[in-house]
Design a protein around this ligand. Structure first.
Ligand SMILES: Nc1ncnc2c1ncn2[C@@H]1O[C@H](COP(=O)(O)OP(=O)(O)OP(=O)(O)O)[C@@H](O)[C@H]1O
Ligand SMILES: [Mg+2]
Length: 370
């Protein structure tokens, strides 16, 4: 290969869009280029007449920038990249990305090389974007909080009149002289008042779900507690539940109270919607590298395929006396754990509910520095 003349090499370095600085072992400037001079606000004469210490170590400023030289020299680092601020002599502060390398060849130190990129405009945009995102998420959470308070106070305001309607209607029903027609109408009023009371309870339940408090949880304990509660609920209903739990114990990060609540809603549905007095439920827990999976399957009637898209909508219910808030509550909890929940009819009958909770960097993790 032909050799490039030193003049051409100088011209190439001078025209590079990044600042180049080579500092010799004694702190003398061996090489600079035009971009570097513009970026740091120093002239070629200044670079040629002064050493590194004289140019940069003064007035106790640009400490982070100077630290790069010290770190590279002391630790003989190669390819160290840092983003640092740099205040020029005219007082303007630029944001630089500095990539630096210690130059050592055949045991001899030749100095250090720095490539300096001025990213001030991009940095300012990023900072602005971060500020906007933060402000936006604050607005969202304030809005969420005020909607929650509104829902709770509406529920509170509705509860008292409904209880009065139900209470007085019950009293009137006790009147022996009441005509049969009126009796029927009163029974309907009582029934509707009790439905409204349940709806209000559902809204209150949903709106007052506490904030997630992730911690280390043993999967086995969580699954066993939920299954034990299902067995006791089945006894109250006079049903028998047969649970097969396939749990590979693992320590996971989750809010144990809320996750159990979500699991309870799913297990409870398997019990509620089974047409038979003997209910078969399979609850599986599996840990995977990116998260964990909880699968609850039953052999009940499954869901009408036309209803499946609405299953997680608030107040969607096919129960005569249901509220339809179980699945919305479960979904909200799972989503707040950075997970997802899906339902599907099973071949051979029954429903399968699948909850997957991501773990780690983009998933549910212990609170702490981001
Ligand atoms: N395991 C299941 N088998 C059959 N249908 C189900 C099952 N789970 C949920 N569904 C259907 O999804 C609907 C919504 O369930 P969701 O838990 O939200 O409300 P609900 O059980 O009806 O009332 P609530 O949970 O508030 O007492 C149910 O009414 C039912 O139609
Ligand atoms: Mg339910």
């Amino acid at each position: 290969m032909d050799q490039l003349s030193p003049l051409i090499i100088d011209a190439i370095i001078d025209s590079m869009p990044v600042g180049v600085m080579v500092v010799g072992p004694q702190g003398r400037m061996l090489l600079t280029n035009a971009t570097l001079e513009t970026t740091l606000g120093l002239s070629r004469d200044q670079f040629q007449s002064k050493g590194w210490a004289e140019l940069f170590i003064h007035e106790n400023k640009n400490i982070e920038f100077n630290q790069i030289f010290l770190d590279v020299i002391r630790q003989e680092l190669v390819n160290l990249t840092r983003s640092v601020p740099f205040e020029r002599a005219d007082g303007e502060v630029r944001r630089l990305i500095v990539t630096s390398s210690y130059l050592k060849h055949e045991g001899k130190t030749h100095g250090i090389v720095l490539l300096i990129m001025d990213v001030t405009d991009k940095h300012a945009l990023n900072e602005r974007e971060k500020e906007l995102l933060l402000a936006n998420s604050q607005i969202q959470s304030e809005r969420g909080e005020s909607l929650k308070n509104l829902a709770l106070s509406v529920a509170h305001q509705i509860r008292n009149p409904i209880m009065n309607i139900g209470g007085f209607s019950n009293l009137m029903l006790k009147d022996q002289a009441l005509e049969a027609g009126h009796r029927d109408r009163l029974a309907t009023i009582i029934d509707q008042a009790s439905r409204l009371e349940n709806i209000v309870r559902g809204v209150t339940d949903y709106a007052s779900l506490p904030l997630l408090q992730p911690q280390k949880v043993q999967a086995l304990g969580l699954m066993e507690a939920a299954c034990a509660d299902l067995v006791s609920a089945s006894k109250d209903l006079g049903k028998h539940v047969d649970i097969q739990d396939k749990v590979v114990d693992a320590e996971v990060i989750a809010d144990p109270v809320l996750l159990k609540r979500a699991l309870d809603e799913i297990l409870r549905n398997a019990l509620d919607f089974s047409n038979s007095d003997s209910v078969n439920v399979e609850a599986t827990f599996n840990s995977r590298p990116d998260g964990f999976l909880i699968l609850v399957t039953d052999r009940g009637p499954g869901m009408d395929p036309d209803h499946l898209p609405f299953a997680f909508d608030p107040f969607f219910t096919t129960k005569t006396r249901g509220v339809g808030m179980g699945l919305p509550i479960a979904k909200r909890i799972v989503m707040e754990h950075r997970g997802d929940i899906t339902l599907a009819n099973r071949p051979g009958g029954g429903l399968s509910a699948r909850m997957f909770i991501r773990q780690g960097e983009d998933g549910c993790r212990l609170p702490g520095p981001a």
